[in-house]
Design a protein around this ligand. Sequence first.
Ligand SMILES: [Mg+2]
Length: 379
Amino acid sequence: MTIISIEILRVGVPFDTGGPRQGMRPGLNTNPWVVNESLMVRIETADGLEGWGEGFGHFSNPGTEAMLKDLIAPWFIGRDETDLEALMDGAHKSFFGFGRHGPCMYALSALDTALWDLRAKRAGKPLYQMLGGPAGDVSVTRYASLMRYGGDTDAVARNTDRAAGLGFPMVKLHERDMPAFMAAREAAPEGVAITLDVNCPWTVEEACGVARELKEREHVKGGFLWLEEPVWPPEDFVGLARVRREGTGISGGENVASLTEFAHAIQSGAFDIIQPSVAKMGGVSTMKEVFPMGRAAGLRVVPHSFYWGPGYVATAHIIAAQPEPEWLETAFIEYEENPHDLIDPFDPKMTLSADRPGLGFNADENLFDRYLISRNVIS
Ligand SMILES: [Mg+2]
């Protein structure tokens, strides 16, 4: 069926971090981070069907939005959505010169996910069933991904204790120093995994030092399950493989942009756990291929999904379709209002219903209007 319009929406919902407002990237945020924003696309076809997708994200949204609005969404108008593979292949080959990473890929990711939503709706099935998942409803387990509290050990301990008490199996920090790491490890019972996302700050030598220190703390309630993106730059796969030899689990992949690059990362021995991001690396089409690739190499695949829109929901479906479901990253923040009925940051379980075709993403139009940052319709 022909694509007749593509709506590009940015919606930002105010939130409370549960601690100091540090932002996730020291040095990036010139203003405090006060709304959690999603960049969504809604594809409409000639027969009135709608497909939802999400492109990354947060402070990069003006770039992704511009790519979509001025260049990529117009290319899709008037094309047939049903041969998804051919359509996306044509799009990737048309736009590769504008970046196989960053806003161009984020925009293509959003449209790919929206096309999968359409495909599953046409089949009358939830996305997880289209991807080989079980026949009935499925339950997905969330993990709590804490905000950065800038080393505030009280906030780290308080929020870790809260997440553990709510029943989350894992708590992830975005801190960078040992006192904060240990505050979380001490606050949670041994059965709750603690992981450390440091967002690419260190040289290989520095990262090796931290990995050794973490290894020495294994006796404290089992220590830490993984150290995420310890090395600058994130694509230094050989350097990451060196850090990995210190014996602490190494994860990464939210800044890996394609299947080809994942293959390089895996061949280099960079990771124990890979973390593809559906809103960054090409949408459902590529994301679903990373799982078998990781499994074949003996790696865990635990996606990145620090967002709340259709990309977050798509990640839940892809997880639910796997033979051994993994955990769903969920930002542990309190929204002024939960943006839709499939996100509740304080509930460790999400249920995907077999009766909701596609993503089952029910947009709350009133809420989107209330928190609207921008809306563009390309037709
Ligand atoms: Mg991360």
